[in-house]
Design a protein around this ligand. Structure first.
Ligand SMILES: [Zn+2]
Ligand SMILES: [Zn+2]
Length: 139
């Protein structure tokens, strides 16, 4: 481990400084683990990615992991993404995948059907996404 010219027995101060160095590395490692746990929990919606991130920070050491994680992590927090890829029921505020047509919680029809082509559209659109016909302004 140590270079040959260093004789640890002859230098207690060297042993102490190596122990302090190891202590600093351990401290940094644990802080990086806690930070990754917090941050991954806020960004990943799937538990598998969360545990994968914790596994990697343990295996790769924080010195490799932290720069890597800053590149591969989702840019936005998961609650900021909610409005983009989720559909909120206007009646009961339950969040759904965008593909659903009816609210699974209260049964509200969360899409409106185009009268021309029968395509399902989001409630707040003014034109059908499929045939571009205009919805009545009342609905
Ligand atoms: Zn609902
Ligand atoms: Zn249409």
């Amino acid at each position: 481990m140590l270079p040959a010219f260093i004789n640890p027995a002859s230098s207690p101060a060297l042993i102490l400084s190596i122990q302090i160095l190891i202590g600093i590395v351990w401290f940094f490692w644990i802080i990086a683990l806690l930070w990754t746990a917090r941050d991954a929990n806020a960004r990943y919606t799937r538990q598998g990615w969360f545990w994968f991130a914790l596994f990697l920070v343990t295996m790769l050491t924080p010195f490799i992991w932290l720069p890597l994680y800053c590149v591969i992590r989702p840019i936005k927090y998961k609650w900021d993404r909610d409005g983009e890829d989720r559909l909120i029921c206007p009646s009961c505020q339950t969040s759904h995948a965008v593909q659903v047509s009816y609210c699974g919680s209260c049964g509200y029809h969360v899409k409106k059907t185009c009268h021309h082509c029968q395509a399902a559209n989001f409630l707040d659109v003014r034109y059908c996404h499929a045939c571009w016909s205009r919805f009545p302004s009342s609905s």
